[in-house]
Ligand binder design. Sequence first.
Ligand SMILES: Nc1ncnc2c1ncn2[C@@H]1O[C@H](COP(=O)(O)OP(=O)(O)OP(=O)(O)O)[C@@H](O)[C@H]1O
Ligand SMILES: Nc1ccn([C@@H]2O[C@H](COP(=O)(O)O)[C@@H](O)[C@H]2O)c(=O)n1
Ligand SMILES: [Mg+2]
Length: 218
Amino acid sequence: IIVSVDTPDNSSRLLRRAMSSGDAVRLYDVVFVLGPPGSGKGTQCARIQENLGFVHLSAGDLLRAERQRAGSEFGELIETHIKNGSIVPVEITCKLLENAMIASGTAAKGFLIDGFPRNQNNLDGWVREMGAKTKVHFVLYLSAELEICVDRCLNRGQGRTDDNVESIQKRITTYNNQTFPIIQHYEQLGLVREIKCGTKTPDQVYAEVAQVFGNAGL
Ligand SMILES: Nc1ncnc2c1ncn2[C@@H]1O[C@H](COP(=O)(O)OP(=O)(O)OP(=O)(O)O)[C@@H](O)[C@H]1O
Ligand SMILES: Nc1ccn([C@@H]2O[C@H](COP(=O)(O)O)[C@@H](O)[C@H]2O)c(=O)n1
Ligand SMILES: [Mg+2]
């Protein structure tokens, strides 16, 4: 088994994992971060990255960057999906995630994958392409009342083309119909760690987030 490593620390960690995993080498530790639009996923991921050594990869941010990339053949398709709050085909999103993971090297403790898997197509594509290369430790589910989420998106002030009433309504419909069932799927596997965020400050939410990671030994 060949394990690619770039630091002494990681080399022992990855080799330990390779030796203990039996048949497959699991190179990437992953935590998925899900929740309604505006629940605070990006806000909390930034803190986890800063404090706990995980690399934050937002599927939405990667898609927005690909949309802006000169010469991208997917720019128009991505923008149409973003405005409609619909989900980009997994072949595109999964490749962007994998490229970003590879580009991060092995210095990361693991990856926080924010806003993914968002529907059954995302989940199936991830299992197909990344299932054997990753260990999903748990799904951090940041829940919040939808009215609060709408207000947060409308007041975010980042100039997103989908932070308007019409797009937000569509994003919430997609969340209810397509993403929530994925959370329920992971719930059945005992992998969901829910934090109710609606009325808590970012500091209060982060205190609970840190506890969840601590309990998982991460
Ligand atoms: N606990 C909180 N209390 C009040 N405001 C918050 C809280 N957490 C985040 N916010 C604010 O709400 C807005 C949305 O937060 P953030 O971008 O982290 O959400 P998100 O879940 O990543 O949203 P999206 O799914 O649309 O990307 C931001 O303006 C952020 O500063
Ligand atoms: N797995 C994903 C994630 C996101 N999208 C699209 O991007 C939009 C914005 O996502 P945020 O997480 O930044 O809110 C989202 O509404 C989708 O259109 C996607 O297709 N697949
Ligand atoms: Mg976000």
